[in-house]
Design a protein. Structure first.
Length: 183
């Protein structure tokens, strides 16, 4: 049953999303391009296919395809073909793409103004809400490699038991589409 509290929560989240989208508009990027580029800079090498971007953004594959083409034309990402399957492609951000995301965003600045305990509560609450929303829709939960049930900590960085590959130190803090909660 929808209550006033539910409506208020939805309105607050919608307002935050609109503030973030308005802030994402730049001379170089629109909000969808910004979101896709942001994802690609945080995703590991196994999670940069167009379908992964679409799943993460909850966007259609057609929208994401056009977004990735626009980012490639702007030289913010490069297309990478798989050496084992030439039909398989993924994308990696370029230095120009990373630079385009380097400016401080409104929500980041506002978040830093909150007391530490409020930042922790907001973060945990939003993570819980996103997990619940994904569960309701039966959608995939992306997450950080090192918190995944398939991750094995190693001195060299880590190891993914699912994909049977060594992970570089930086990869254990990146987003993975194969993520499964360790709990």
């Amino acid at each position: 049953m929808k209550t006033r509290a539910h409506t208020h929560l939805r309105d607050l989240i919608d307002r935050l999303a609109r503030l973030a989208a308005a802030d994402a508009w730049t001379d170089e990027l629109n909000p969808t391009q910004h979101a896709a580029l942001s994802y690609l800079t945080r995703a590991n090498r196994f999670s940069r296919a167009p379908s992964h971007v679409a799943d993460y953004l909850s966007a259609t594959r057609g929208t994401v395809s056009q977004t990735l083409k626009a980012l490639a034309r702007k030289k913010m990402i490069v297309e990478l073909r798989s050496e084992t399957d030439r039909r398989s492609i993924s994308y990696a951000p370029t230095a120009a793409g990373e630079k385009a995301l380097s400016r401080s965003a409104l929500l980041e600045e506002a978040f830093e103004q909150l007391p530490a305990n409020a930042r922790k509560s907001v973060t945990q609450g939003l993570e819980d809400l996103i997990r619940a929303a994904l569960s309701v829709r039966g959608q995939k939960q992306f997450g950080m490699c090192r918190a995944c049930r398939h991750h094995q900590k190693r001195k060299s960085g880590g190891y993914c038991n699912l994909l049977d590959v060594e992970l570089k130190p930086a990869e254990v803090t990146q987003i993975c589409h194969e993520y499964e909660d360790a709990a």
